[in-house]
Design a protein around this ligand. Structure first.
Ligand code: MN
Length: 403
């Protein structure tokens, strides 16, 4: 049978789990077991593996769970797999089961049947003074947060604590493998944009643009998209998270495209805004475009170790605010397995972090919105614009649209 998931070396997952156990212990002043729940079959097929679960074991099997239990004498890291129903194999394909093979493939200390999970979790929590750690968040909650809520209901007499604020300090720093995966995601994204940009004058609708992009982003591995593309023609480009992509293209109007492929689960997040006929000949649009581009340049120039997100915001948005426009969103978010990666923004930027650089001006009354979004890797001396190969100045974009 084919093994899926496990994008990183097994040693990476092991090191991450050791780091997680340490961070949880530090955060709660004692050893507390950490429980991470993998997606159920339905969510996994529709979306992707939960990023927290993926980060700590890379397991792509449905209905799995991971218990990192530093109070256990015999085995700290136990992966729980669903034995599955043999009659389903002809429908869903073979699965890795809770046996020695599953244990070896995932490089964990122990493997157990999913049916054992609740009993084992309760025993572990009891050893830790009736405490159990899981991950949850209020903004953009996702699968792990639902699991947190479900277990909170289920567990009586056990205090469920949120490990996410402690664990984000691991995910904020990307290693060489993660950076390489991010680069691949950007390369796929650019390959798609490169094909689709020159076709825009021939296409009729936002839907056609979005569908062609998705086709290119999926060609590599049929992996998930970083997020559903935002393709906003004219006034729809002024809706920050425009979800519909169903209106006709408007000749000569600006078109905002915010999209990204993934590679090994890591997300690219890139926005370009182009005139649909391929020329920046509208004076007003070009004037606002150059302003946004200037702010994007400022963001890149000042993104470096030691600067906080708020300090970078103050610098990069200033020309937009001075020109009398409104700032509707932040310049940067962390990017990783989640396109909006969970992070602690009180920590200044540091080498290994990957952040977005995305100033924008949104003018629904004038019938357009402009956002120019790059992915920056913070380096020792400043940053690397990982998306620099994707044109963003007027000449570069006009050339890209000529094909
Ligand atoms: Mn973004």
């Amino acid at each position: 049978m084919d093994i899926r998931g496990l994008a990183m070396p097994l040693s990476t997952y092991r090191t991450r789990r050791t780091g997680a156990a340490k961070r949880v212990e530090r955060a709660f002043d004692r050893r507390v077991p950490l429980l991470l729940i993998g997606c159920d079959e339905h969510t996994l097929r529709r979306e992707r593996q939960d990023p927290w679960f993926d980060y700590y074991c890379g397991c792509a099997e449905p209905e799995a769970a991971l218990l990192i239990d530093p109070t256990s004498r015999s085995a700290r890291d136990t992966l729980f797999l669903d034995a599955g129903d043999p009659a389903r194999i002809i429908w869903d394909g073979a699965r890795l089961g809770p046996d020695e093979r599953g244990r070896r493939v995932h490089g964990v200390h122990a493997i157990a049947d999913k049916l054992e999970l609740e009993k084992r979790v309760i025993a572990a929590a009891k050893r830790a003074g009736n405490r159990l750690a899981m991950c949850t968040r209020e903004r953009e909650p996702g699968f792990q947060s639902s699991a947190f809520a479900a277990w909170k209901k289920k567990l009586r007499g056990i205090t469920l604590v949120n490990a996410e604020p402690a664990l984000v300090h691991q995910r904020m720093y990307k290693d060489a493998y993660e950076i390489a995966a991010h680069r691949r995601a950007i390369a796929i994204t650019w390959a798609g944009l490169k094909q689709v940009l020159p076709r825009i004058p021939k296409l009729r609708s936002e839907a056609e643009v979005a569908a062609e992009l998705i086709c290119h982003y999926k060609k590599d591995s049929y992996g998930p998209l970083a997020f559903p593309p935002i393709v906003g023609s004219a006034v729809h480009g002024a809706t920050l998270h425009y979800p519909h992509n169903d209106r006709p293209l408007v000749k000569k109007a600006p078109l905002l495209i915010d999209s990204g492929a993934t590679a090994s689960g890591y997300c690219a997040d890139v926005t370009r805004t182009v005139p649909q006929h391929g020329r920046f000949d509208d004076r007003r649009f070009r004037e606002v475009y150059e302003l946004v581009l200037h702010c994007n340049t400022l963001g890149r120039k000042h993104a470096r170790p030691g600067i906080t997100r708020e300090e970078l915001n103050a610098i990069a948005w200033k020309p937009i605010i001075d020109a009398g426009f409104i700032r509707h969103h932040g310049l940067s978010h962390h990017i990783g397995l989640d396109v909006h990666d969970p992070a602690d923004y009180t920590v200044p930027f540091a080498p290994g972090m990957i952040i977005s650089n995305e100033p924008g001006v949104y003018l629904p009354d004038e019938g357009f919105g402009i956002r120019i979004e790059d992915d920056l890797l913070i380096t020792r001396n400043g940053c690397e614009d990982m998306t620099r190969g994707i044109p963003k100045d007027v000449r570069g974009l006009e050339a890209a649209m000529r094909g």
